[in-house]
Design a protein around this ligand. Structure first.
Ligand code: PGA
Length: 253
């Protein structure tokens, strides 16, 4: 059985005052039946890791540079995230791909840097609405998987998040059949490339407008091992309700 994972992506939101949300979350889930990951902006990684110390919450970054160090003003190396207390890093989020022109090969290079620093990579894939309308979803996802995921990953060091771009922050979600089709496809491609050991132990998250009201039905879909949650992860009460729905969902794997 794969252990489930509820991951929160705070994006460019959050000040020190918002660390109280972490304390509330840790108090609400002292011994959670799923893994819980919070990815705050870089400025909050160290204080959040400190606030989460001794709790079940893991902390992650939202991006890292592909190089280990050097003249890259404004960028952050994977080892720096680890040094600040992160155990995970989100890579290839569609907002990074769009805002910073990141392509699959950039994501792969960053993932290699993250693995070298001992971080677990949460690699994001997802189609645009135009690509879905043109029935190109599985082709796009397949290309992103083979281009973005480096060799040498394990079921521990890799998490894949399926996030349709048109569902992020819009309140719209694919049908449960569409989510299941893509998750089954991702599982099949991972098994084919990495073998059944890695392929079956890698957690697959759905992301895009996950809320307390739709979490349970999404978590019942085959090969959905959790969620990557944006807006609804900012408030402990909402994220906590999603975690509770995940804990109650049928086992997968
Ligand atoms: P959302 O964002 O939950 O606000 O739609 C999800 C994400 O981008 O990870």
């Amino acid at each position: 059985m794969r252990r489930k994972l509820a991951a929160g992506n705070w994006k460019m939101n959050g000040l020190k005052a918002n660390l109280s949300e972490i304390e509330a979350l840790a108090t609400a889930h002292p011994a959670p039946g799923s893994d819980i990951l919070l990815c705050p902006p870089a400025t909050l990684i160290a204080p959040m890791a400190q606030a989460a110390s001794g709790t079940a919450l893991a902390i992650g970054g939202q991006d890292c540079h592909a190089a280990a160090s050097g003249a890259h003003t404004g960028d952050i190396a994977a080892a720096m995230l680890a040094d600040a207390g992160a155990s995970h890093v989100i890579l290839g989020h569609s907002e990074r791909r769009a805002d910073h022109d990141e392509h699959n090969e950039d994501v792969r290079a960053k993932a290699n840097a993250a693995l070298a620093a001992g971080l677990t990579c949460v690699i994001c894939v997802g189609e645009s609405e135009a690509q879905r309308d043109a029935s190109n979803t599985l082709d796009i996802i397949g290309g992103q998987l083979s281009g973005s995921i480096p060799d040498g990953v394990t079921g521990h060091s890799l998490v894949v998040a399926y996030e349709p771009i048109w569902a992020i922050g819009t309140g719209r979600t694919p049908t449960l059949e569409q989510i299941g089709e893509v998750h089954d496809f991702i599982r099949m491609r991972l098994e084919r490339r990495f073998g059944t050991g890695v392929g079956r132990s890698t957690r697959l998250l759905y992301g895009g407008s996950v809320k307390p009201g739709n979490a349970a039905e999404i978590f019942a879909v085959s090969n959905v091992d959790g969620a990557l949650v944006g807006g609804a992860s900012l408030k402990a009460a909402d994220f906590s309700a999603i975690i509770t729905a995940l804990e109650a969902a049928p086992p997968q794997g």
